[in-house]
Design a protein around this ligand. Structure first.
Ligand SMILES: [Cu+2]
Length: 187
């Protein structure tokens, strides 16, 4: 009798909890999200940044054009809002861990810190790296619904909290492929 009640309770619990776990939005390997980078404030910056969930970490692939030759900081920023002409609507670097700003290989860094895109003489930059601080989902480490910002200047990986990377010249909402994306807005 008791055992039956326990089983029923357990089943009820699973039915109630399971959808909550799924909706927490944690990423499945193979999940993919893309940011189509659009110019800000009269720049000519464009291109795509793809986030692909691996078993451990997220592979980030960037292909950006319209840059001045040299290094340009780029980060995931907290809000998926590229509406301000200066990109300020995207908010600060995505930093759910409350870490200091640094480079992607540092022991501690913002989840959104990826160093620099290095553009050639034609203003074209490509980059591939794996981050262990983010997920392709909408959970606490999730980047879906946030934004990518490309900066005017080099990220020095030291200056707090921005890396002194200057103005925001490109912005793109990170959108889940094959799903819906609700942009994360400033509360
Ligand atoms: Cu930035």
């Amino acid at each position: 009798m008791h055992r039956r009640i326990c089983t029923a309770l357990l089943l009820a619990l699973v039915v109630v909890i399971a959808p909550v776990v799924v909706h927490a939005g944690e990423a499945k390997p193979g999940a993919k999200a893309t940011a189509k980078v659009m110019p800000l404030g009269g720049s000519k910056v464009g291109g795509t940044i793809v986030f692909r969930q691996l078993d451990h970490g997220v592979e980030i692939t960037a292909d950006i054009t319209g840059l001045s030759p040299g290094s340009h900081g780029f980060h995931v920023h907290e809000f998926g809002d590229c509406s301000a002409p200066d990109g300020s609507s995207a908010g600060p670097h995505f930093n759910p861990g409350g870490a200091p700003h640094a480079g992607p290989d540092a022991k501690q860094a913002h989840a959104g810190d990826y160093g620099n895109l290095v553009a050639d003489a034609q203003g074209h930059a490509t980059l591939k790296l794996v981050s262990h601080r983010i997920a392709v989902g909408t959970g606490p480490e999730g980047v879906v619904g946030r934004s990518v910002i490309v900066h005017e200047k080099e990220d020095d990986l030291v200056t707090q909290p921005t890396g002194n990377a200057g103005g925001r010249i490109g912005c793109g909402l990170i959108e889940l492929e094959g799903g819906t994306t609700v942009p994360v807005r400033k509360p």
